[in-house]
Design a protein around this ligand. Structure first.
Ligand code: HEC
Length: 129
């Protein structure tokens, strides 16, 4: 009996020490990767290289790696530019999902830029930047 009790206590302690799921930075990137591959990859491709003269590469793109605010703004509101139409996603994804997608594209394919917090997305959504 004692050994069973010891095992139960051990498992409880183990469970209590595990990080809260859904709150870890790694989870944000994973969420972003899933959403990116489901939606953005249709144009920008899963390898982030886009298509010449049609869809810009996000891999190694200074715009993507720079100030996060205009990147978030582009994803939320889309853009009609030289290459064509980048659709708006503000009605498709919530703040956490947009933060996850932008964080993913800033860290995938060798990109190295800091992740983006859902608070920044909320702020930019509010200001309609
Ligand atoms: C239907 C095709 C399409 C889809 C889907 C799409 N994009 Fe785009 N995206 C474009 C086009 C075209 C442009 C370039 C617009 C222009 O000419 O300025 C663009 C531009 C961008 C830029 C700016 C790049 C730069 O150098 O200025 C970012 C960042 C971006 N997209 C991210 C995303 C993300 C993240 C998603 C998914 C949520 C996504 N895109 C989905 C077509 C698409």
């Amino acid at each position: 009996m004692r050994i069973v009790l010891a095992i139960v206590i051990f498992l409880c302690l183990l469970a209590a020490s595990l990080p809260v799921r859904g709150q870890e930075p790694g989870d944000l990137i994973k969420l972003g990767q899933g959403k990116f591959n489901d939606t953005c990859a249709a144009c920008h491709r899963t390898n982030g290289e886009g298509l010449p003269d049609k869809f810009p590469a996000l891999k190694g793109n200074p715009f993507v790696l720079g100030d996060p605010a205009p990147v978030v703004g582009t994803v939320l509101n889309g853009r009609q530019g030289r290459l064509g139409l980048m659709p708006a996603w503000k009605d498709t994804f919530n703040d956490r999902e947009v933060a996850a997608i932008v964080s993913y594209v800033r860290q995938a394919w060798g990109n190295q830029a800091p992740p983006v917090a859902p608070d920044l997305v909320a702020e930019i959504r509010e200001k309609k930047l």
